[in-house]
Design a protein around this ligand. Structure first.
Ligand SMILES: [Zn+2]
Length: 597
């Protein structure tokens, strides 16, 4: 084992910046790489356009290797540009580079698009025979999965008409929605005089210890939304109407069909999951009653839902690193070393500073290049969880890239958040065993319970709301603000029961959730991934160390199989009616720990 000098950091991860130079050494080199990628995309088009109808399996394998190499090159150039920009959004050189790369990517995409379309146009038996050929084993799932929308494609002129009218029929409404919700500002006094507050800024107060501030910020939000709700409802009504009309043309029976196809999940699995989640709303209500007691409140109001309990102690970056590495190491030396490489190779940018973007992410970069993590570390216990979360994505990308091609490296949306959530659970368990400060323990436990609720229960409420809105629209009902508000309150009431009072203004709670507008039924994937992770964690408790090897295999499998097939070897059978039981047993256990804390 090599000894590594720990970088010295002060408060707020001072000096912890990433080094992008191993990736690409300069903006000029990124542009040069883009040019090569573009050149090869054009050459690929010249060589292969019109050939898929007669291509042989070995030729297709050669073509896929070329596609993967182009993908890696463009992905590396684009990641480099966007990572540079993420740490200094104000630098015009960074913005120019990003814009140039984005333009190049569109051009490259146009050059190689024929390939997917020709693949989709092949008759089913011919495509199947090709995909099952031994030469194409590595990308077999990619090739099969690429065709899953094929049965719902219309004729070429029809598809072109739909695509041509998309900007006016769909995107324009989404833009209008985005403009209204992102520019909405309310004058609000959070303690230092009235200031214009955006929706996000108002919502940030819901975790404030000051109850009055929490109440006032939510009331200000609803008051600010009210004048816009008719327009926002009109936007939604139009988009839903358009989606239902195109579904009908394409032959989809259920408005959730396309989402299930994209997620590669069986509709029956999703609907059973949603029913199981709803059958456990009582668990959430039990916690809300307990929380009211802990906060010495007779009745919880909506603005108390995320009121903090306990308070986490400060944690400096080096300790956070140590906590996460140790937590991972207890599970598997392999993931510990994958995580350590992120620190040692300077692939984490944790220091908050002017011009750097907020939030956190892990960028996969490319199949032949290592991943990078960005976060804004402020010495909070929460930051430890964020670090674990992003490194969870990181270990997935790194292990998958070792074995998969550039085309099969990424797992779909349904499982993308599993490794990150699993990494959080490993870290949480380690902290629970080692943390001695009682207030920090309390904060950790309650945040874990409420985080699970927000993901599993809330997202299911949202998906159920959407389902009912689509059903109403399909029955010929116009989705007015009043009607959406009724559907919204019904879906929420089922969850909160009488444990949380919903203020009048919450009727407009549907109006600012962007997923409804951008991607229908997106929200259930959050619930699915979280419950799946809890089920995997329960398997880990049961199987012990033997589970770690299977889990590493799962990470290395990337997107080479559908979710159901990736999960089966780990002991999670999506077709079993009991599949979510261990997940809810985990959640119940956490609520018990929280009640006792
Ligand atoms: Zn994530």
């Amino acid at each position: 084992m090599t000894t590594v000098e720990h970088p010295t950091t002060g408060p707020n991860a001072a000096g912890v910046r990433w080094d992008l130079s191993p990736l690409i050494s300069s903006a000029a080199d990124a542009r040069a790489l883009l040019a090569v990628g573009l050149e090869r995309s054009r050459a690929f088009e010249a060589r292969y356009r019109g050939t898929l109808a007669t291509i042989t399996a070995p030729e297709l394998a050669t073509a896929l290797v070329e596609v993967a190499e182009i993908e890696n090159m463009l992905s590396r150039a684009s990641s480099y540009a966007h990572l540079r920009e993420a740490t200094d959004v104000s630098d015009p050189e960074n913005r120019d580079l990003s814009a140039a790369i984005d333009r190049g990517l569109v051009e490259a995409g146009n050059a190689v698009r024929f390939f997917d379309l020709e693949w989709l146009a092949l008759p089913e038996d011919r495509a199947s025979t090709l995909a099952d050929a031994p030469e194409l084993a590595r990308d077999r799932h990619y090739l099969h999965a690429a065709r899953r929308f094929a049965p719902f494609m219309l004729s070429e002129p029809e598809e072109r008409m739909l695509a041509e009218r998309e900007p006016a029929a769909v995107s324009a409404w989404q833009t209008l929605y985005g403009r209204i919700t992102s520019t909405l500002e309310v004058d609000f006094d959070a303690g230092s005089g009235p200031e214009p507050h955006t929706i996000d800024r108002l919502l940030a107060h819901v975790r404030d210890p000051d109850r009055d501030l929490r109440r006032r910020s939510l009331e200000a939000l609803y008051e600010g939304l009210e004048p816009h709700t008719e327009t926002l409802a009109q936007v939604y009504d139009t988009i839903v109407g358009d989606r239902l009309a195109t579904d009908k043309l394409r032959g989809h029976g259920d408005p959730m069909d396309r989402t299930h196809l994209r997620n590669e999940l069986d509709g029956a699995v999703v609907s059973r999951m949603m029913e199981t989640v709803e059958a456990h709303y009582g668990l959430a209500q039990r916690w809300f009653r307990a929380k009211a007691k802990i906060l010495s409140l007779g009745q919880l109001e909506l603005w108390d839902q995320y009121a903090p309990i306990g308070s986490g102690r400060a944690v400096e970056f080096l300790e956070a690193r140590d906590l996460v590495e140790t937590a991972f190491g207890r599970f598997s030396g392999r993931i510990e070393s994958v995580a350590r490489d992120f620190f040692v190779e300077h692939r984490i940018d944790a220091e908050p500073r002017a011009g750097k973007r907020g939030g956190a992410f892990c960028a996969p970069v490319a199949q032949d290049a290592p991943a990078y993590v960005l976060m804004n570390f402020t010495d909070q216990m929460n930051d430890v969880m964020t670090l674990a979360h992003e490194l969870g994505h990181g270990m997935h990308f790194m292990l998958s890239a070792e074995r998969q091609s550039a085309l099969s490296v990424h797992t779909g949306l349904a499982l993308a958040e599993v490794p990150s959530t699993f990494a959080e659970l490993l870290t949480f368990d380690h902290l629970l065993e080692t943390e001695s400060d009682p207030e920090t323990r309390r904060a950790l436990i309650c945040e874990r319970v409420e985080g699970s609720f927000a993901t599993v229960f809330r997202q299911t409420v949202l998906a159920r709301y959407e389902q009912r809105a689509y059903a109403a629209r399909r029955d010929g009902t116009t989705l007015t603000a009043e009607r959406l508000s009724d559907i919204w309150i019904d879906a929420n009431r089922a969850y909160y029961g009488d444990t949380i009072t919903l203020p009048d203004g919450y009727r407009f709670g549907w109006s600012y959730i962007p997923h409804f507008i951008s991607t229908r039924f997106y929200t259930y994937a959050y619930a699915f991934a979280h419950l799946t992770t809890l089920a995997l964690y329960a398997q880990y408790r049961q199987q012990g160390p033997a589970f770690a090897d299977r889990y590493l295999e799962f990470l290395a499998s990337g997107g080479s199989l559908a979710p159901a097939d990736l999960l089966l070897p780990l002991g999670v059978d999506l077709t079993s009616p009991d599949v979510w039981k261990p997940g809810f047993a985990e959640m119940t256990r956490m609520v018990e720990v929280a009640e006792a804390s």
